[in-house]
Every structure is written in structure tokens, then in C-alpha cells.
Design a protein around this ligand. Structure first.
Ligand SMILES: Nc1ncnc2c1ncn2[C@@H]1O[C@H](COP(=O)(O)OP(=O)(O)O)[C@@H](O)[C@H]1O
Ligand SMILES: [Mg+2]
Length: 246
């Protein structure tokens, strides 16, 4: 498979704090990479640098052969290629669901109006929200909002989708309806980097797992190896923190 993203020796600091420490990774087209790690280890920072939302202090991010950084002129094209969904839905509160979906394609990409509207309707149907087309975000549940946020990202036809703890703020009964959408995207071959604490889901969706601690990749591998035979003490300890014992 062709490589879509390459991160070479990426470093990021906030003043004296080194958040990403010469981190390197690559993602192939169609691959689903799930990143886990303790709170504060740099997961969100990494995803933001991939979308050029953060400046970097060293190394480089190469997207489809093109080096990206926040100073680039090609930045808006990068942002079109990389879709991102966050823990908080970031929908426009004063726009309807339908307007939230069609706004960026029409304004930013100058897409065809008819085609865009058709696509928005099809995506709403796909995630079971056709009836919410004219609702405002505040009239939706958290799970519904997050499904809208996912399809809003899809409306831009991203090459790579970044999902940062998209179920972390949801009530437990809404987690599955959102993760099922993500699973269906994985099945259709979307390239995704997913940060999550839902380990069962990670096992089901990941082609490759990555464990980050202290801004470095400590361990990576296929999910079965990763969860059943962790090699490092740090990953063992991390995985253990999710299990209950009497
Ligand atoms: N804008 C910022 N300014 C200063 N420190 C930050 C900023 N954003 C994140 N950090 C710090 O960087 C570290 C990594 O944060 P983050 O990438 O959000 O971790 P994670 O997503 O893995 O929980 C944390 O110590 C956090 O406090
Ligand atoms: Mg985070």
C-alpha cells in the first residue's frame, strides 16, 4: 500500500516542556492506526501537528509527499486533505445540521450546490439522522452531534481522518452508535488515525496500535500482539490500568 503520511523526528515543546520527542511514524493508504497512551502524553498535540494546527520545533510532517508546516502557503489544501473530529463537537450552534454539513464544501471548496446537498442527505441517511436535517445542534444528543461532526468531516473528502477521543464526552449508551460509524468507515477503507481510550473498540478497528508515553512511541504492532503480548513494562502497566481485579 502507498504511504500517505510520514512523520520524521517530530519534536514539539511548550516552553520547557517537551511534548513530542523526535517522534517518527508513517501511515499507509487505507490503514487504521489507533494511538493510546496516558493523559498528557502528547496524543492531541500530535494530531494537531498533523493537521498543521500547531507549530513544530523539529522534524517534519510529510503528507502525500508534501512537507507541511503552519507557515506553508498550501495550508488550506492540507486542511482539506486532513479531516479532524474532536471530543467537543465544534458544530456551528446557529446553523442547522444541514447547513453545518454543506457550509464548508460550498464556501471553501466551491463545490457544486446540488451535488453537495445530495451528498449531505446521503451521509445523514447513512448515520441514521435524516430526520434531524433541519435541527440545530442544541436539539441533538451528544451521540447525534458527534455523528454529524464525523460526516461533516467526510463532506470535505479527506484523504486522512484524525479522530481525537471522539467518544470521551459522551454518555456510555451513546458511545457505540458513534463508534459503529467509525467501524463502518474503517471497513470501507478510509485512512484514519484514531486516539481513543475505548480499548475494545481499538482492538476491533485497528490495523496497527501505537502506544505513546512521554512524547515518544514506546511500542507498536498489530492489535493482537499489542494487547495480548505487550513487550514493554510501560505498556503492560498502561493496559493493566484498565482492568479490574477483586
Ligand atoms: N497550548 C498548550 N500550552 C502549554 N502546554 C500545553 C498546551 N497544550 C498541551 N499542553 C501540554 O502538553 C502535554 C501534552 O498534551 P496533550 O497533547 O493534550 O496530551 P494528551 O492528548 O495525550 O492527553 C500536556 O502536558 C499538556 O499539559
Ligand atoms: Mg488529548
Amino acid at each position: 500500500m502507498e504511504e500517505i503520511l510520514r512523520v520524521n523526528g517530530l519534536s514539539k515543546k511548550y516552553e520547557d516542556l517537551t511534548v513530542l520527542d523526535q517522534l517518527s511514524m508513517s501511515v499507509r493508504s487505507g490503514e487504521v492506526v489507533v494511538i493510546v497512551g496516558p493523559s498528557g502524553c502528547g496524543k492531541s498535540t500530535l494530531l494537531r501537528t498533523l493537521n498543521a494546527l500547531e507549530s513544530i520545533d523539529g522534524g517534519e510532517v510529510v503528507l502525500e509527499g508534501e512537507v507541511i508546516n503552519p507557515g506553508n502557503k498550501n495550508l488550506s489544501r492540507v486542511r482539506e486533505k486532513v479531516g479532524m473530529v474532536f471530543q467537543s463537537y465544534e458544530l456551528f450552534p446557529h446553523k442547522t445540521v444541514f447547513q453545518n454539513l454543506t457550509l464548508a464544501p460550498l464556501k471553501v471548496m466551491k463545490a457544486d450546490k446540488k451535488e453537495t446537498e445530495k451528498e449531505a442527505l446521503a451521509l445523514l441517511e447513512r448515520v441514521g439522522l435524516s430526520s434531524k436535517k433541519n435541527s440545530y445542534p442544541r436539539q441533538l444528543s451528544g451521540g447525534q452531534k458527534q455523528r454529524v461532526a464525523i460526516i461533516r468531516a467526510l463532506m470535505m473528502h479527506p484523504e486522512l481522518l484524525l479522530l481525537d477521543e471522539i467518544t470521551a464526552a459522551l454518555d456510555p449508551e451513546m458511545v457505540k452508535e458513534v463508534l459503529d460509524v467509525v467501524l463502518s468507515l474503517a471497513k470501507e477503507g478510509r485512512t484514519m488515525i484514531i486516539v481513543t481510550h475505548e480499548l475494545q473498540f481499538a482492538k476491533a478497528v485497528a490495523d496497527r496500535m501505537i502506544f505513546i508515553d512521554g512524547g515518544r512511541i514506546i511500542e507498536e504492532g498489530p492489535p493482537k500482539e499489542f494487547f495480548e503480548h505487550p513487550r514493554t513494562d510501560r505498556l503492560k502497566k498502561f493496559l493493566h490500568s484498565f482492568s479490574y481485579e477483586e
